[in-house]
Write a protein that binds this ligand. Structure first.
Ligand SMILES: *Cc1c(COP(=O)(O)O)cnc(C)c1O
Length: 475
């Protein structure tokens, strides 16, 4: 056994896995009872005795790869996770091997440099001032933006709200929360916002929901209504959270108008662009994000629409000081004054041992290219619109909203229960994997067109399969 020969075989298997997935030669989703899988993998024996030979490794890998959800499969429609480009995978491999940490520069100068670069690259896409490369104490007083890569959008959302709370309540780390903190958020916000409210001790009950239209987008003219209720209750808003785009139906909030309102009222605007901020890469679709630069903080995942392996998320702030001061703490062995040729990210993050997350995205940009990423986004959005037009034309199908991104919801005539049963049936067959969502209290089937191998023929086949299953079920 050696790294070279084992790795070569693993990579060969992964390549075959990719070809099988792309060409739909294996089911898109595979689910065995968990206890059966454990037995099948021989986990107990290997963990206790070790001794996995090269042959054993390959046999284990074969079983493991066949117990997966295949993101490159053309019938993969379920969740907003990237079908990765191999270049990002090389980034993961490299960084796992060197195992460097980006929290402090001396633990990984190369990884930190790449993260710093990636943050600046994202900041420029937003239209904010990137951070200077000559980092010294004088930079403290300058105006520029900042950010941090985190393990996922949920953590980035939490980090953004931590920065917002610190801005509103400067002594919060010493004294804890005052009891008048609240949040303004779209009723269609991602559940991680509710969780963040819980973690921050603001509480779910102190989220004031903004009025939304029938597409679930915030109505800017009615912002003052939820805000007014909040003030009437004697509360202060830590932030207003807007979607770009929403998780359930993929609709963008009108950021420009919301930004104007927030800036006028002095409310911290956090834009949850976890999925949809990547549209900034597209000449065609970046107008969906018009006004994004008016935000105070933005969450943006690379592991959703940028073909980058999970996890690689960014929390970006318009003013770097708000994130530099967000976590007030003392850890003298790390925070002592020292000669510093680089930058310590540790002041900006919940995490301590945080690996280099930037390399994955950097290699996607370097090997695959920004232009192809942009073309990928255009293609997926266009195909989703085409799927919408096709489905909307069928009398027995109904879509709640016209899509703006690569998320599409629809239902076949029948009850909410029928949609759920249909999803289970279709997923079990292994040709398609789709999710469902509640939107305005109605159950919809939901597809996210993530795979670049998906074509219109697959959408048509999905419709056919849904009809067939529905006919059997309602017979
Ligand atoms: C996916 C998503 C999240 C959560 O991000 P993770 O990276 O999965 O933690 C938050 N908000 C929105 C709008 C999302 O689409």
């Amino acid at each position: 056994m050696s790294f070279l020969s084992d790795a070569e075989k693993v990579i060969f298997s992964l390549n075959e896995y990719y070809e099988d997935s792309k060409n739909a030669r294996k089911p898109v989703i595979f689910q065995k009872p968990i206890a059966e899988l454990k037995y099948h993998f021989d986990l107990d024996s290997y963990a206790k005795n070790g001794g996995m030979s090269e042959k054993g490794l390959m046999s284990f890998l074969d079983k493991y790869l066949n117990s997966t959800t295949r993101m490159h499969h053309p019938g993969y429609f379920a969740h907003q996770v990237a079908p990765v480009h191999y270049s990002g995978v090389l980034g993961t491999l490299i960084d796992s091997f060197i195992n460097n940490v980006t929290s402090i520069y001396e633990m990984g100068s190369g990884a930190t440099c790449v993260e710093y670069f990636i943050i600046n690259w994202l900041l420029k896409k937003v239209g904010w001032q990137p951070a200077p490369w000559e980092v010294d104490n004088a930079a403290e007083g300058l105006d520029f933006a900042g950010g941090i890569l985190t393990h996922g959008g949920s953590l980035a959302n939490l980090t953004g709200l931590i920065a917002a709370r610190k801005k509103l309540v400067p002594d919060v780390w010493k004294k804890g929360n005052p009891n008048d903190l609240a949040l303004l958020a779209s009723s269609d916000c991602h559940y991680s916002i509710e969780r963040a409210a819980g973690i921050l001790g603001i509480g779910k009950n102190s989220i004031y929901h903004l009025d939304v239209d029938k597409r679930g987008a915030i109505i800017p003219e009615q912002l003052s209504s939820a805000h007014g209720r909040l003030l009437q209750d004697g509360k202060r808003p830590v932030a207003l959270v807007a979607n770009a785009c929403s998780t359930a139906v993929g609709i963008y909030d009108p950021l420009e108008e919301i930004g104007d309102y927030c800036n006028e009222k002095g409310i911290w605007l956090h834009i949850d662009g976890t999925h949809g901020a990547s549209a900034l890469l597209s000449q065609k679709h970046k107008t969906l994000l018009r006004g994004i630069e008016k935000a105070n903080s933005i969450t943006w995942d690379a592991h959703k629409l940028m073909q980058t392996p999970a996890l690689c998320a960014a929390l970006l702030v318009r003013d770097h000081r708000t994130i530099d001061n967000a976590f007030e703490q003392e850890a003298s062995y790390i925070f002592h004054e020292k000669e510093q040729p680089g930058f310590d990210f540790i002041h900006r993050t919940v995490e301590c041992t945080k690996p280099g997350l930037g390399l994955k995205l950097f290699l996607v940009l370097a090997l695959y290219g920004e232009n192809r990423l942009s073309a990928y986004i255009d293609r997926q959005f266009a195909l989703t619109l085409q799927a919408y037009e096709y489905i909307e034309e069928r009398d027995d199908f109904d879509c709640p909203v016209k899509p703006q991104s690569n998320v599409l919801c629809f239902r076949i005539k029948g009850s909410d229960r029928l949609q759920l049963t249909l999803r289970d049936k279709v997923n079990k067959n292994g040709n398609f994997y789709l999710s469902t969502t509640l939107f305005k209290n109605v159950r919809y089937l939901r597809i996210v067109v993530m795979s670049s191998n998906t074509q219109m023929t697959h959408i048509k086949r999905l419709v056919k399969e849904l009809r067939k299953q529905s006919a059997i079920l309602t017979d």
